[in-house]
Design a protein around this ligand. Structure first.
Ligand code: NAD
Length: 242
């Protein structure tokens, strides 16, 4: 069987890195894209030493010219995982228009630009998975992030409709609290508050998200598109589980 290529954004750390490893173990040739050049190179070398087929490209995904030129340089992709994202906390009455712009620029617009470019290179169909967040249902202290992730879900549904005739299936994964470096944006007190609200009483692991992505890019999902899979320990059910 010929090699299948997958591109994972924000692949140098957290759930992106777990997804890079998982898809490489699934047999993909994986392209990791991240703006953290040194970390991306270090993790790529570690995975290659395990015999996995991984390469990395350092770029800022908000640089549209760099993104277009990267996609043109790659073989046709079977799977795209739009995982890169930014998160920070701001009180509702203090969040600025610059905070909103930054969240939308990375979490939504960069994802949409890359999706358009990659979709053009999928003449035989493919799979796209967007990493949203359980927070899109509503959360306190980061309205700009919540809104940007609700936009990711909207864009997932729109893309699924637009691209289904081309055999490209688009779904989202909405993680809850997952133990990754992004959680450094939370104070210890806020992290404790978040854990209390988890029905399972604990944060998830990056691998929990990677498993869901692995399923969505697999051949078993021929008839699933435009959906959101929550990987959140039940937080989306509402309440604390108490
Ligand atoms: N950790 C959580 O609890 C959680 C919960 C819900 C959703 N998410 C979402 O999951 C995704 C992955 O988050 P994570 O927790 O693994 O975070 P992380 O900070 O560990 O990883 C994000 C990666 O994206 C990269 N990145 C960010 N902006 C970029 C840009 N402009 N260009 C290139 N690379 C860029 C970072 O360098 C980093 O390696 C994000 O979209 C995040 O919003 C995380």
């Amino acid at each position: 069987m010929s090699k299948r290529y997958a591109l994972v954004t924000g692949g140098a750390g957290g759930m992106g890195l777990a997804t890079v490893e998982r898809l490489a173990r699934d047999g993909f040739s994986v392209v990791m894209v991240d703006r953290q050049e040194a970390l991306a190179a270090q993790e790529t070398r570690r995975l290659q030493a395990l015999g996995l087929d991984v390469q990395c490209h350092a770029l800022d995904l908000t640089d549209e010219a760099a993104v277009r030129s990267l996609v043109r340089s790659l073989p046709p992709l079977h799977a795209l995982v739009n995982n890169a994202g930014v998160f920070d906390e701001r009180k509702f009455l203090e969040v600025t228009s610059a905070d909103f712009r930054r969240a939308y620029e990375v979490n939504l617009i960069a994802m949409a630009t890359l999706t358009q470019e990659v979709a053009k290179t999928m003449p035989q169909g493919g799979r796209i998975v967007n990493i949203a967040s359980r927070a899109y249902l509503g959360a306190k202290n980061h309205p700009h992030y919540v809104a940007s992730k609700a936009a990711v879900v909207g864009y997932t549904r729109a893309s699924a409709m637009e691209l289904a005739p081309s055999g490209i299936l688009v779904n989202a994964v909405a993680p809850g609290l997952i133990d990754t470096p992004i959680l450094r944006a939370l104070t210890p007190e806020r992290l404790k508050q978040q854990l209390v609200l988890q029905p399972t009483g604990k944060a998830g692991r990056p691998e929990d998200v990677a498993h869901a992505v692995s399923f969505l890019v697999s051949a078993q999902t021929d008839f699933i598109t435009g959906q959101v899979i929550f990987v959140d320990g039940g937080k989306s059910l509402g309440g604390s589980g108490a």
